[in-house]
Design a protein around this ligand. Structure first.
Ligand code: NAD
Length: 514
């Protein structure tokens, strides 16, 4: 493969415009006032200017979706499901277009970009089914002639803030579920993926027109931190669901809490896999390389630490460095069929990677493979890197941080207790895995005394979760759960109802009064 060739930015801008037009987005207007740009990490070039929102226009968007809330709340949930069903059909129809925009703006290779759009389609299907399953419970009352039950009601306006690395899937996890739950939504996508967001919004608006849903059931506001803050601080936003770095979550949580709002946080991860002596090393190799180097190390679930039993560490390291050697020829243009590693999102990611590697070496780490920048001569503003594997003598401070780039640290252990201690000895708690042929060992890792993460896997890597389960993590990952299982409950409010049909008025706990 010719890795020195990258497409021309002008050509990519044309591709973007065509994909946007097919999704129903007109050429974005020249910005007046608050100006932004759409940029592609594929070449590092500017595609075109984009109009960003202001605090005022964000407040107006909130007013609009708040206005649509009563009608949407009162629409029966299965009828609300029809909007999401239609959205799912449109996403299928425009799968290629949306994947094109994901590759253009986030730099994902084609197959991962298509996979991300598929994830949206899957969420639509899940949400449509859910629209008939927003179950409350009934409980036996302690009083004769009484019924005790719970009912779930829509919350109101949900503010969704998303990160650059999953520009569409995370929107769908939140929005499709929130919509069937009867909420209306204001979405602030990453300032780096505004085109993809505009395309999703246009498709949802088309679905709304075709199914008779209120147009203001959803609004998108474009911009950076200030626009996010306008959502965070507005008391009309009942729930702020924010995905991004732990630093962002630490800024958002106290502000929402100060106005007694609800928040749901999906933040950084520092995910590890334990490799036991009984592990199938073929699975370890395949599972680890995809989880660590896929998406150029820019998934929240990216495998960042491999904790290997000392009896097998040499063989594991040899196999993984060998596979990484083969990846070297597959780094480059994410649109090319045989590329496996696309670009980092930008300079900040590259600087973070370089600094982390230098710190790891200063701590006694040895870079076994990778770490160099590639294709600099082809596009000086694009940041392609060779995924790196670093053998560490200990879990030092740099290993305990999330560096949003493809660095895999290898550590060793002797006993499972030691492995779990290393595994849990980081501030984050998103995804984890154990590779083992020993069932008791797997069960211990899955148990309360094992991994402390929100996602705990056996014989499969840390990334690539399915939508049917609840997604999210503990500690500095923020504690939120989204997507499948009963995550929908975060988007609704629970009312407990006691109905008295006894004709008498017995008080609970045997209390007597009047
Ligand atoms: P980021 O924190 O820089 O930005 C995320 C979003 O938050 C953007 O829309 C940004 O504009 C907004 N934002 C930033 N500061 C804000 C503030 N103070 N108030 C309101 N909004 C604010 O993250 P990123 O670089 O886009 O994404 C990478 C990070 O996201 C990584 O740490 C990754 O692990 C994490 N992530 C987590 C999950 C998850 O589900 N746990 C999923 C994807 C990404």
């Amino acid at each position: 493969m010719n890795t020195s060739a990258l497409p021309d930015t002008g050509h990519l801008a044309e591709r973007a415009e065509e994909a946007l037009a097919r999704c129903g987005v007109e050429r974005l207007p020249e910005p007046v006032g608050a100006a932004g740009t759409a940029r592609t990490p594929v070449t590092g070039g500017i595609l075109f200017p984009v109009e960003f929102d202001t605090a005022d226009s964000t407040a107006r968007a909130i007013t609009a979706v708040q206005g649509a809330f009563p009608a949407w709340r009162d629409t029966p949930a299965p009828v609300r499901g029809a909007l999401v069903r239609r959205l799912g059909e449109l996403l299928r129809e425009h799968k290629e277009d949306l994947a094109e925009l994901v590759t253009l703006e986030a730099g994902k290779i084609r197959s991962e970009a298509l996979g991300e759009v598929q994830e949206m389609i899957d969420v639509c299907e899940f949400a449509v089914g859910l629209s008939r399953q927003l179950y409350g419970r009934t409980m036996p009352s302690e009083r004769p002639g009484h019924r005790l039950m719970e009912t779930w009601h829509p919350l109101g306006v949900v503010g969704v803030i998303t990160a650059f690395n999953f520009p569409v899937a995370v929107w769908s996890w939140n929005t499709c579920i929130a919509l069937v739950c009867g909420d209306t939504v204001v979405w602030k996508p990453s300032e780096l993926t505004t085109l993809t967001a505009s395309a999703c919004h246009a498709l949802l608006m088309r679905a709304a027109r075709e199914t008779g849903a209120p147009a203001d059931v959803h609004r998108v506001v474009l911009g950076g931190r200030e626009v996010g803050e306008a959502l965070v601080d507005d008391a009309r936003v009942a729930l702020v669901s924010a995905t991004g770095s732990t630093a962002m979550g630490k800024a958002v949580a106290p502000r929402v809490a100060a106005r007694m709002g609800r928040y749901l946080l999906e933040l950084g991860g520092n995910n590890a896999a334990v490799v036991a002596p009984s592990a199938d090393l073929d699975l370890v190799m395949r599972g680890s390389v995809f989880a660590a180097a896929g998406t150029a190390g820019q998934r929240c679930t990216t495998l960042r630490r491999l904790i290997v039993h000392e009896d097998v560490v040499e063989e594991v390291v040899e196999r993984i460095t060998d596979a990484y050697g083969r990846l070297r020829d597959r780094i480059g243009d994410p649109f090319a069929e045989d590329t496996l590693v696309g670009p980092l999102i930008g300079e900040r990611g590259h600087t973070a990677m370089r600094d982390a590697l230098a710190r790891a070496e200063a701590d006694g780490g040895r870079v076994l493979v990778g770490g160099s920048r590639r294709l600099e001569e082809a596009a000086k503003d694009a940041y392609y890197v060779e995924p790196a594997v670093v053998r560490m003598p200990a879990q030092t401070e740099v290993v305990r941080e999330e560096t949003f780039a493809p660095i895999l640290y290898v550590l060793t252990y002797r006993t499972l207790e030691e492995a779990v201690e290393l595994h849990n000895g980081v501030p984050q708690g998103l995804s984890s895995a154990i590779f083992t042929g020993d069932q008791a060992e797997a069960e211990r890792f899955l148990s309360a005394a094992g991994s402390d993460c929100g996602i705990v896997n056996v014989n499969i890597g840390t990334s690539g979760a399915e939508i049917g389960g609840a997604f999210g993590g503990e500690k500095e990952t923020g504690g939120g759960r989204e997507s499948g299982s009963d995550s929908w409950k975060a988007y609704m409010r629970r009312a407990t109802n006691t109905v008295n049909f006894s004709g008498d008025l017995p008080l609970a706990q045997g209390v007597r009064f009047l």
